[in-house]
Design a binder for this molecule. Structure first.
Ligand SMILES: C[S@@+](CC[C@H](N)C(=O)[O-])C[C@H]1O[C@@H](n2cnc3c(N)ncnc32)[C@H](O)[C@@H]1O
Length: 197
């Protein structure tokens, strides 16, 4: 387990507080675009996965945090919702099916840049024609680095994520900055794009 996975696993182990179960701003932007079969790649506690399931999607949620996956499996049973949660290290993961929507919010920056770009291409390949990809990453200018493995992370260029969706229909393209502990900032790029049918 690397530092990033441990960082989030400890956070998720503290339990399902109302704050931990709230949709973050990127999940809120993404939810209205989700239909059909959805893959949440790096789902965390599965807040988006469960919100999507409640609006009729069938969701596969993957994450490397045991605490998050255990929480999602219990919640799927308790709420009888179609969320299949699995533990997976997504650095080397090959996606075995195609989906109407693939979401990866706040994951790829935890991989080295070569791996991050390779995994993004793998995600894009498994979106069905006419389907949606929703991707959010940290970008250059981010100074909050506590959750990173020092030798294994990637801050994307400000325009890089959008460029990776060349040829797709861009539904949303947003750069945002949030204050973080210790007078630092997190800068994000978010792209929601539709694969040409
Ligand atoms: C910033 S959180 C984002 C979670 C969720 N998508 C959200 O928007 O709240 C990053 C997530 O990436 C997961 N993660 C980090 N490295 C991973 C890896 N190598 N394989 C799978 N998941 C990983 C963490 O466990 C955590 O759930």
């Amino acid at each position: 387990m690397n530092h990033s996975i441990t960082f989030f696993d400890q956070q998720f182990s503290q339990g399902a507080t109302p704050q931990a179960l709230a949709l973050n701003p990127f999940e809120t932007l993404t939810l209205p675009h989700l239909r059909g079969e959805v893959l949440d790649f790096g789902s965390g506690m599965g807040n988006l996965a469960f919100a999507a399931a409640r609006q009729g999607c069938r969701v596969t949620a993957l994450d490397a945090s045991q605490a998050a996956v255990a929480h999602m499996q219990q919640r799927a049973t308790a709420e009888a919702l179609p969320v299949r949660a699995e533990l997976a290290d997504l650095r080397q993961y090959l996606i075995g099916a195609d989906y109407d929507a693939i979401v990866s919010i706040g994951l790829l920056m935890f991989f080295d840049c070569v791996t991050a770009r390779k995994v993004l291409a793998e995600l894009q390949q498994h979106v069905r024609p006419g389907g949606i990809a929703a991707v959010n990453v940290l970008i250059e200018g981010t100074t909050y680095l506590d959750m990173f493995e020092p030798t294994e992370h990637c801050l994307f260029g400000a325009a890089e994520l959008l460029q990776c969706f060349d040829g797709w229909d861009i539904v949303l393209n947003e750069l945002s900055t949030f204050e973080a502990p210790g007078n630092t900032v997190k800068r994000f790029a978010t792209v929601i794009a539709r694969k040409p049918a």
